[in-house]
Design a protein around this ligand. Structure first.
Ligand code: ADP
Ligand SMILES: Cc1ncc(COP(=O)(O)OP(=O)(O)O)c(N)n1
Length: 273
């Protein structure tokens, strides 16, 4: 069985963070592991507060995993401060795992900050270059690139600018744009686009976590980056289509193996080189 590690924050309401990652791994039938970076008191409507785990405990968790089990892929989510980023970067350099998918989490859907503003420089210089692919949403891509993004052309320009600074493939997610849900990948040479109709729902808590974990699970199974994103795009679209009307804010995406099977058989549309 393929093994996938998530290094991310905990969402006690179960829709995002480590909880979404482990549910996604289970639906993909890979063995999921977790290193918790921060404990977030949040729900579908708001973030109350969070407490970061000490960097040496984050490193110790990573050490505990890698001294025993070699993951086939690693997904990285919430890293709220420069010290945690440096600790994770040092561990990645020590263990150099294959297939690192990094979701540069900065805000929750309700706008609450999950990363300190001054941590952006460390993110760009110390962490992004270690990943195989990074998956910013539009507000995160604006912060990292320093460019405005209001259409697909500007998503492409921003992806090129981010690639130039970290030499890592960049997948900018279009969930925050009006119109079709179109994501753009730039791998340093070519652009690829992954598109689905926008599903008319506000139940989108955990979409970014789910998507990046699904990409990691597919990479662990040996798929190329393009194939992995294609499959993961079908999975997130299906998971949003079956999202749950739970809580008073943005309900969570839904996960179970039959959903993964259904997504895997969906005719792949909107994928162009
Ligand atoms: N309403 C929606 N309908 C269809 N796909 C969506 C919708 N909202 C987000 N997505 C897709 O979900 C994935 C995660 O994107 P996004 O929601 O932008 O991430 P984040 O949670 O990091 O903000 C992307 O593939 C995006 O296109
Ligand atoms: C603990 C934790 N990590 C990440 C997020 C952000 O999740 P994401 O899937 O990007 O989007 P929302 O769930 O915020 O809609 C989070 N909320 N909590």
């Amino acid at each position: 069985m393929k093994k996938v590690l998530s290094i991310a924050g905990s969402d006690c309401s179960g829709g995002a963070g480590i909880q979404a990652d482990l549910k996604t791994f289970a639906a993909h039938q890979v063995y999921g592991m977790s290193v918790i970076t921060s404990v977030v008191a949040e729900n579908t409507a708001r973030v109350l507060t969070y407490q970061d785990i000490a960097p040496e405990i984050v490193q110790a968790q990573i050490e505990a995993v890698f001294t025993d089990i070699q993951p086939d892929a690693v997904k990285i989510g919430m890293l709220s401060n420069p010290e945690t980023m440096k600790a994770v970067a040092a561990s990645l350099k020590k263990w150099h795992p294959a297939n690192i998918v990094l979701d540069p989490v900065m805000y929750a859907k309700n706008g609450a900050a999950l990363m300190e503003a001054e941590a952006i420089d460390t993110l760009i210089t110390d962490v992004l270059p270690l990943a195989d692919v990074i998956t910013p949403n539009i507000p995160e891509a604006i912060k990292i690139s320093g460019q405005e993004i209001s259409d697909l052309a500007e998503m492409k320009t921003a992806a090129q600018a981010i690639f130039a600074s970290c030499h890592t493939a960049v997948l900018i997610k279009g969930g925050h744009k009006i119109g079709a849900a179109t994501d753009i990948l730039f791998d340093g040479q070519s652009f690829y686009s992954y598109s689905s109709d926008r599903i008319p729902t506000t139940n989108t808590h955990g979409t970014g976590c789910t998507f990046s974990s699904a990409i990691a699970a597919e990479l662990a199974k040996g798929q190329s980056l393009n194939q992995a994103i294609q499959q993961a795009k079908s999975y997130i679209t299906t998971a949003i289509r079956h999202s749950l009307d739970i809580g008073q804010g943005h309900g969570p995406t839904h996960h179970f193996y039959e959903l993964y099977q259904a997504a895997a058989t969906v005719k792949k549309g909107g994928f162009n080189k």
